[in-house]
Ligand binder design. Structure first.
Ligand SMILES: [Zn+2]
Ligand SMILES: [Zn+2]
Length: 235
């Protein structure tokens, strides 16, 4: 999930900054509450179930980032009420001005994804990780997924930085996060490959099986809509 360039579609108002700030506080509070419940289990939670749920959550965040990104790159219009100004235009303007995201501070970069994940983390609080492997896996998956979604816009921003500090070059070399050279594939017209922007790990598979092209064919058959119909207008 990503809103790369809100500043270019409108001013980042103090009200929007306040809402984003509250979202970030809520995100860290809800993530910490969930994480503390798992950590309280101690060695009992240090097993393959927890490791698998952690990995699945991080992979899930990459798929979520790609799917949301693909949806707003491909469908609806910048003129669509509410969603158009909030999501469609920022995603498509990011293709025109990829460096705008690098001018956003921490709150503007990460607020919207924090707001989006708080409900998932609150729902996870309804499950007791001490009750068994399955609820524990569910809570760990939810926390990992939400941490990955939270990190997505920051990782996307870092992949666009014109000057990368040594620590960021080292992080990119680990391949644990989205790398600039990998993400650059998406920024070649017609901007229809490598949609995933958390780690990019899922991109080769999703591109190879034509995952998003198949979804587009299905949606076009059902609705009659044309994929990327508005791209020409947005230049
Ligand atoms: Zn895009
Ligand atoms: Zn980008």
């Amino acid at each position: 999930m990503s809103t790369p360039s809100r500043e270019s579609l409108s001013h980042y108002t103090p009200g929007a900054r306040l809402v984003d700030s509250l979202g970030i506080v809520g995100f860290f509070a809800a993530a910490a509450l969930n994480g503390a419940r798992v950590l309280a289990l101690g060695a009992e939670a240090a097993d393959s179930v927890t490791a698998a749920a952690l990995f699945a959550g991080y992979l899930g965040a990459d798929v979520a980032s790609g799917t949301v990104h693909w949806f707003f790159d491909t469908w609806l219009s910048a003129q669509t009420p509410v969603l158009g100004s909030m999501f469609v235009r920022p995603f498509r303007e990011h293709h025109v001005d990829p460096l705008a995201i690098t001018r956003h501070d921490f709150v503007e970069t990460n607020g919207s994804n924090c707001l989006a994940t708080v409900p998932i983390l609150l729902a996870a609080l309804a499950f007791d990780p001490a009750a068994g492997a399955l609820p524990r896996a569910g809570v760990v998956f939810a926390v990992s997924l939400c941490l990955g979604v939270f990190a997505t816009n920051q990782l996307h921003k870092w992949a666009h930085l014109p000057e990368r500090p040594p620590w960021l070059r080292a992080l990119h070399a680990t391949r644990l996060v989205l790398r600039p050279d990998h993400h650059a594939v998406h920024h070649r017209a017609p901007y229809a490959r490598h949609y995933c922007i958390t780690t990019g790990w899922m991109n080769p598979l999703l591109d190879r099986i034509g995952f998003y092209r198949r979804l587009e064919l299905g949606i076009s058959a059902l609705t009659g809509a044309t994929a990327r119909a508005e791209d020409a207008q947005l230049g």
